[in-house]
Design a binder for this molecule. Structure first.
Ligand SMILES: Cc1cc2nc3c(=O)[nH]c(=O)nc-3n(C[C@H](O)[C@H](O)[C@H](O)COP(=O)(O)OP(=O)(O)OC[C@H]3O[C@@H](n4cnc5c(N)ncnc54)[C@H](O)[C@@H]3O)c2cc1C
Length: 159
């Protein structure tokens, strides 16, 4: 992974990285499409598996996003939170606080109902902070759940 130029802003503490992800609501998924790139915003769920960050995304099984996931099996992603403009007298003095995460890794359609439920629970936990959701079998069958595992992940914070 290419090192961050501003090492003073790099977040490396695993707990802090999870906390930054926990404060985000939208993941921007980047999928290669021929010579171009398709960037699409989605809600997500987050779980840690043996120290690896795994993101679950739910949605339709058809469409450009789902087609590119099946074609490529690889995605980039970005998440951020806490954006706050910091003003100054001069334009060049302006800056902004933020926390963000950028990475990439393998992405695939989840096949089993058990993992779909795990993904949907993670999506609902991220959105609501609650764990006690249930998912009817029909809804689980109908929905498409994607699993994106971060092979590379960097976290940056500017306070
Ligand atoms: C904050 C936010 C959260 C979202 N959360 C989810 C989620 O959790 N799950 C989910 O499935 N979808 C979510 N969406 C919608 C998502 O961005 C896509 O619109 C949707 O997933 C369909 O993608 P697709 O590639 O199948 O669309 P398609 O209709 O197949 O895309 C075809 C074309 O439509 C255009 N298009 C598609 N989506 C958008 C868009 N959002 N804005 C502008 N143009 C677009 C693009 O030009 C694209 O090439 C969210 C959107 C926002 C803004």
């Amino acid at each position: 992974m290419r090192p961050m130029r501003r090492q003073d802003r790099a977040v490396t503490d695993p707990e802090k990285i999870s906390a930054v992800i926990g404060g985000c609501q939208v993941l921007r998924l980047g999928l290669q499409d021929g010579k171009g790139v398709y960037v699409v915003p989605v809600n997500f769920g987050h779980v840690l598996e043996n120290g690896r960050h795994v993101f679950y995304i739910h949605g339709a099984g058809e469409g450009r996003k789902a087609d590119l996931v099946r074609q490529n099996g690889w995605a980039g992603f970005e998440l951020d939170a806490g954006y706050a403009l910091q003003g100054a007298e001069e334009a060049c003095g302006y800056t902004a606080a933020f926390r963000s995460v950028i990475g990439e890794g393998p992405i695939r359609v989840v096949e089993t109902a058990a993992e779909k439920r795990r993904g949907l629970a993670a999506v609902m936990r991220q959105a609501t902070g609650r764990e006690d959701w249930t998912f009817p079998d029909g809804a689980v069958d109908a929905v498409c759940v994607l699993r994106l595992e971060a092979a590379e992940l960097a976290c940056k914070e500017h306070l």
